[in-house]
Write a new protein. Sequence first.
Length: 245
Amino acid sequence: MDALTAAAASGIQARMQSLDILANNLANASSAGFKADAESYGLYYSSESPDAPSDGVTTTLPLLKTQWTDFSQGTLLPTSNSTDLALNGKGFFVVTTPSGPLYTRNGSFRLSGQGRLQTQDGYALQDSEGRPIVLDVSQTFEVAVDGSVQQGGQQVSQIAVVDFEDPTVLAKRGGNYFRSTISKAPTAAAQLDIRQGKLESGNSESSQSAARLTSILRQFESLQKAMTIGADMNRRVVEDVAKVS
């Protein structure tokens, strides 16, 4: 494969990966607590490639270099639902799952028939002691900004909110949950600001994503034209060799 066609093919592959990331961001733009993914590009240099020139010049190919999650704050939207909670600032709610604790910014909770405060998937929200938060379903409850839960004028629980010094240790698990990739336990969030009756929207900007989609599609078109030119050049070389022979 000639250098032009190889570079164009590599560029198309990188743009396809970008489209996958962008499509996921657009699909979850309205999901509570969603954190968008972003990427950066780089160049791959290889002098060991079988197609590298004999003069030792390296083969240079574009590729998707890194991918990361943007943990910036989303907009807090009022819902007037007492089981909806939003974190204003850093931190994550902790929920209990069969495979261990998961972390989330999605505060769309509900009360089970037994009064357990849990996610829509049925995972129990943890208190500061790592236990489920169980409430009296016959009474209303209030959540203060510091995470304390009160019923009948008395504090009955304290919502656990943790933070990670390095958020890159968090890996997405689907459903707006994150799993820690290290064994070290997270620390309690330094400052708590929980808003009851609100949800944090996803931080993926639809308008910005739409603009990037247009840009990527244009790059796609240019790279396809480059591949067509490369294929045409190769065809002409073969035809010229055949004529000489």
